[in-house]
Every structure is written in structure tokens, then in C-alpha cells.
Design a protein around this ligand. Structure first.
Ligand code: MRU
Length: 340
């Protein structure tokens, strides 16, 4: 592997995903040539994180164009529509998935007059553009957000909103990266993020690679470190931001925002504009994914709850805009009332 973390890569013929279910124990890249397998990879969290899901799905559509045996534009469009619907059914909360698929659908629709070969090339180019734009957006928002980080900052983050969750660099962790490059980060508290452990498995792995000073904490420790005055700011990513600033993110984010408010700690959200969903007025309209009970009943092979115990496993929660000090995007730092 190169030193740059690339969770989603395109070889020109195949999609390559770094299997995030195996980290931090194993760095394994998997190759994909069929959109159906990409959809399964998204479902199974081989690739995860709102922007990364969108990028992978876009390449899924490009693969569908390569798989299709269609000889006319119309037949190709029908095949692509099947793939777009299949990819859209994988995970309901991250709007980047639907945003990227809509963009691919628009490109496909505009190509109906050209040859099938041209369409294949154009769709792959669009997916590559979505990937490149995401990296650029993250770098820009990282620099905007670094301005909010004081010197010697002790930052707390939740889940993984790093390079792994995006096309590269990261959103919340992008801000930490930029601030770290400026010498301002004293410590990053990394919530382990039950039940799937994206914090301890993935964010901590990125911090080790990049030399970012960090300490992993069990989620239940966040209140205690805030009460001791050991957190200067909280920054998380987002899966979907409503027009009023209400933000869906990894389960546990809302609890952190309440804690931050109680302790007078600023709570920031970092996301590219592709995570903003202007079509919904508030977070009440966000569909929250519920995942398999096994994620809660086990940690790896270890049983942590009886198999017979019923489980409630929402993957995300919604943080009301009133608890968010600012939302950082590639277009700058937005404060309430939001006019994105
Ligand atoms: O279930 P996941 O791992 O896909 O959830 C990811 C998150 O909630 C991230 O914080 C969010 O997508 C932002 S990623 C830049």
C-alpha cells in the first residue's frame, strides 16, 4: 500500500476497496467488477462513511455500464437504472449515496444519443471526477476548520470521519489533520464508537499512520474527560444535514452534543456540501438505518449478550441544529441560522 490512505480506487477496469471490516488487523484490498458485489460491499461495511459510500456507488454504476451487454443507448439506460436502484437500496441514511447516484443518472440520461462505448467511458470519468472532487473538498474544509482549532487543542471525535470514510483526507479528521500539520493538536480523544468500533478500529489506525497524538476511550468516558476540562472542542462528520442544520451522524453523536453543551465545549460538524440535503426541512425527515442485532450481541467472535435477547441497533442519530456551534464545509464555516 502507498502511504496515502485510498479506501476507494479505480484501475480503469476494476474498483478496488480497502476492506474496512478487517482493519486494524489486516490491510486487504478487494477488487470488484460487478455492481452487485459493490452493493454488497456497501451493505457489509467493506466501504463505509457517507462520502466513500457515494464514490463507491458511482463506480458501481460505471461497472454496470461495463457489465451491460446492451447495444443501444436505451437498453443501456435500462440496465443502469437497475444498478442505480440496487445500489440505492444498500444504506438509507447517508445522502451522499443518493447524491452520487443522481449525478450518475443525470450523466447517463444525457448520453442516450451516443454509442455504448462512449457512455462507458463517460460514466467512469464522472465517477473519477466525484472521487477527485471529494478529496479536494475535504482538503478545503480541513483548512477552513483548522481555523476553529486553538493552539494546544484537545479534540474529541466520534466514529471515523477520516480518509477511510471519504475518497481521501477526511472531514472531521481532515480538520484534525490540517490543525495537526499546523502544530496545534495536543491530543485527539478517539471514541471507540460501539457497536462497530469505527473509532478504535479505523480513526485510531489513521492516527497511528499519521503520527497524530491520540488516546482511545470507551464511549462512556467522554462525559468524564469533558467534566475534567480535558476537551476543548468536539468535531464529528455527518451522514445527512437537513436544511435547518439538524445532522444525522453515527449513533452516539447526539449524546456527545448534549454533553458538549452541558460542559460549554463547542461542538462542530464537518462535511462536504454533498452531505447537505436541502430537500428536507429538518432532521425529523431523515431515515435512520437499523442494522443487524449481531453487531450488538457480539464483539467479533465474542458473545456479549444472550442470543435470545432482543436488540435495538440504530446506526445513526440526529443532533438538533441548536446543539451545533458551526458546520464546516468546503465553502467555509457556516453558523446558524444556516443558509447553505
Ligand atoms: O456506519 P458508517 O461507518 O458508514 O457511519 C459513518 C459515519 O457515521 C461517519 O461519521 C459519517 O459518515 C461521516 S464520514 C466523513
Amino acid at each position: 500500500m502507498t502511504s496515502v490512505i485510498a479506501p476507494v480506487r479505480w484501475t480503469g477496469e476494476r474498483l478496488v476497496l480497502l476492506d474496512q471490516t478487517l482493519l486494524p488487523g489486516r490491510e486487504l484490498e478487494r477488487e470488484y467488477t460487478r455492481w452487485e458485489d459493490v452493493a454488497e460491499a456497501i451493505r457489509a461495511l467493506v466501504v463505509r462513511g457517507a462520502p466513500a459510500i457515494g464514490v463507491a456507488a458511482a463506480f458501481g454504476v460505471a461497472l454496470a455500464a461495463r457489465q451491460s451487454a446492451a447495444s443501444t443507448g436505451e437498453a443501456l439506460l435500462a440496465d443502469l437504472e437497475t444498478a442505480i436502484k440496487g445500489l440505492a437500496s444498500t444504506r438509507p441514511t447517508a445522502v451522499n449515496l443518493f447524491w452520487a447516484l443522481e449525478r450518475m443518472r443525470g450523466v447517463a440520461a444525457g448520453l442516450s444519443q451516443g454509442s455504448v462505448a462512449q457512455a462507458r467511458t463517460r460514466l467512469a470519468a464522472e465517477a473519477e471526477a466525484i472521487l477527485a472532487e471529494d478529496v479536494a473538498a475535504n482538503r478545503a474544509l480541513g483548512d477552513h476548520g483548522a481555523v476553529l482549532v486553538p493552539s494546544g487543542a484537545r479534540i474529541l471525535t466520534h466514529c471515523n470521519a477520516g480518509a477511510l470514510a471519504t475518497a481521501g483526507y477526511g472531514t472531521a479528521l481532515g480538520i484534525v489533520r490540517s490543525a495537526h500539520a499546523q502544530g496545534k493538536v495536543a491530543l485527539l480523544w478517539v471514541d471507540e464508537t460501539r457497536p462497530v468500533m469505527q473509532g478504535s478500529r479505523l480513526t485510531a489506525w489513521e492516527c497511528v499512520r499519521e503520527g497524530i497524538p491520540h488516546r482511545v476511550i470507551a464511549d462512556v468516558v467522554a462525559a468524564s474527560v469533558m467534566a475534567r476540562g480535558q476537551v476543548d472542542l468536539v468535531v464529528t462528520g455527518a451522514d445527512r444535514i437537513a436544511a435547518n442544520g439538524d445532522t444525522a451522524n453515527k449513533i452516539g453523536t447526539y449524546a456527545l452534543a448534549v454533553l458538549a453543551k452541558h460542559h460549554g465545549v463547542p461542538f462542530y460538524v464537518a462535511a462536504p456540501c454533498s452531505t447537505i440535503d436541502p430537500s428536507i426541512a429538518s432532521g425529523a425527515e431523515i431515515v435512520i438505518e437499523e442494522r443487524d442485532a449481531a453487531e450488538v450481541r457480539r464483539i467479533g467472535p465474542q458473545q456479549t449478550a444472550p442470543e435470545a435477547s432482543p436488540v435495538y441497533n440504530p446506526a445513526f442519530d440526529v443532533t438538533p441544529a441548536e446543539l451545533i456551534a458551526a458546520i464546516v464545509t468546503e465553502r467555509g464555516v457556516f453558523r446558524p441560522p444556516y443558509r447553505f
